[in-house]
Ligand binder design. Sequence first.
Ligand SMILES: [Zn+2]
Length: 323
Amino acid sequence: MIGRRACTSIALAATTLVASLTLTACGGSSSAKGADGKLDVVASFYPMEFLARQIGGDHVAVTDLTAAGVEPHDLELTAKQVGAVQKADAVVYLKGLQPTVDQAVDQSSAKHRIDATAASPLVDHHLDEGTEEGNGQKAKGPAGDPHIWLDPTRYAAIARSVGDEFAKADPAHADDYRKNTDELVGKLDALDKEFQAGLKNATTRTFVTSHAAFGYLADHYGLTQVAINGVDPESEPTPARLAEVQKAARDNGVTTIFFETLVSPRLADTVAKDLGLRTAVLDPLEGVKDPSKDDYLSVMKQNLANLQAALGATSAAPSTATS
Ligand SMILES: [Zn+2]
């Protein structure tokens, strides 16, 4: 026990002080499984947790570093969480979204590190122009929009890499991991086809959202995202940016200003009121408030319905979150 506690405090000190510290002395437990016989998996935030649970099934014990309903950008880790990353068998994370998680993984002795961006490289969507955040973005960390999980085909590629790595980490259950991966990828393929068909006849292809989380989704389905904020949902737009958004909304027949579930809708409400438009939810799935009721697939289907309503692609009623 003393050894483990020492590991935790060293890892914490390393996180706060130096990145180059190596922790070879703490890597003693390199067996493939935890005490309960399950593969010990740490996931950085909801979309990674969902993949780990779906693919791992009963063979894995999953710890999510970002609590349900918490906004994951700029997450701070507790000493206990750093310890969990340190002793995990496998870590599933998305490099570039949460710097403290990236640091903890760098210092972890986990043999199986699954970085989502290795399966689906990030693209720079240049969506931060004109926001306060945009001015600091270039100097701050790796370039690229981190929201890759919102394109179901990219998410499927990440699922494949999780399945492959779990099979390596726990070969005794490799067949189950493959089967579960195939099943999930099948569902994601079906979801992709629903989006393709559902958005085909949209009367406008431009949508306005508070937080620029939907660049990959827009790319994949031929839509244009106009974001009030940058990739960081807490940033504040400049007055010039607000004027641009209003012009884009007027020019493109926009009916709806989207906001998200984990961040205050104040900004979207203000913009919508100024333009006489309604608001609705477009959920970036950075967390799910009630995982017993909703999951990636159900929330994405709701997103599709809300997009269809906003883009005139269906006669379906808009979401309940209208103003
Ligand atoms: Zn985000």
